[in-house]
Design a protein around this ligand. Structure first.
Ligand SMILES: *Cc1c(COP(=O)(O)O)cnc(C)c1O
Length: 228
């Protein structure tokens, strides 16, 4: 087994163990293998080990790798997205985790309208309010989701967050919990084109805690591919 395959197996085992501990079904959690800065060969290794969902942060890097890899790859865009680059990824992504403003959503809508397809997206919320992080505020999230839901060819599938970095993952727990509460509040509004079925939270250092708090998508890079 390659070390990537071994790491993947280990991460999946961790997910299974944590699910058992908190009474969740492991099949309700999608592991997004974050392959930013990694060559296409590393993605191929992971694919041989059964991984199909990959997360990328940079438009050019994602389109470059997509051209080299099979169509079976499901690409999730997880980084900060500039509106002028949306056209390059139109139709390529199965989910965009990082929609944080209405202007970006409008551009996504117009590009996906042209394709006559639906763009699945998550709204990124900066729960901690840290200046260095992207995301709308907790206070503005509900209004943003509602505005996005009125645009054609978009489906808001949930929320994403990145808490501050802590050595102790327990410290991230309140931020995950807050995102879950916010998602529940938005779900209760039952907006059309808003499913709120997904919570994207948890990375290599804290995905276990995120799963306990309700994550359905965990974005794991280092624990699979090694240090960047
Ligand atoms: C890089 C990145 C990850 C993965 O982080 P690791 O600590 O390597 O697991 C997850 N989410 C986002 C948004 C990232 O930029």
């Amino acid at each position: 087994m390659s070390s990537i395959a071994e790491n993947l197996a280990q991460v999946k085992q961790c997910i299974a163990d944590i699910c058992k501990g908190c009474g969740r079904d492991p099949s309700s959690i999608t592991l997004v293998a974050v392959s930013k800065t990694r060559p296409a060969e590393d993605i191929q290794q992971a694919m041989l080990a059964g991984q199909q969902v990959f997360g990328e942060n940079y438009v050019q890097e994602m389109t470059g790798k997509a051209a080299m890899l099979p169509d079976a790859v499901q690409w999730h865009f997880i980084g900060h997205l500039q509106s002028n680059k949306v056209r390059q990824i139109a139709g390529l992504t199965s989910l965009i985790h990082s929609v944080d403003r209405l202007s970006l959503a409008k551009e996504l809508s117009s590009q996906w309208v042209k394709l006559n397809k639906v763009c699945n997206l998550l709204v990124q919320v900066n729960v901690s309010g840290e200046k260095s992080k992207s995301g709308t505020t907790t206070k503005d999230a509900l209004a943003l989701v509602e505005e996005i839901s009125l645009l054609p060819n978009l489906q808001v599938q949930g929320l994403m967050t990145m808490p501050p970095f802590f050595d102790n993952p327990e410290k991230a727990r309140p931020f995950f919990r807050e995102l879950k509460l916010l998602a529940d509040e938005i779900k209760n509004k039952a907006f059309t084109a808003v499913t709120m079925e997904h919570l994207s939270m948890g990375m290599s250092g804290d995905f276990e805690v995120a799963i306990e708090e309700g994550a359905t998508l965990v974005r794991v890079g280092t624990a699979i591919f090694g240090e960047r």
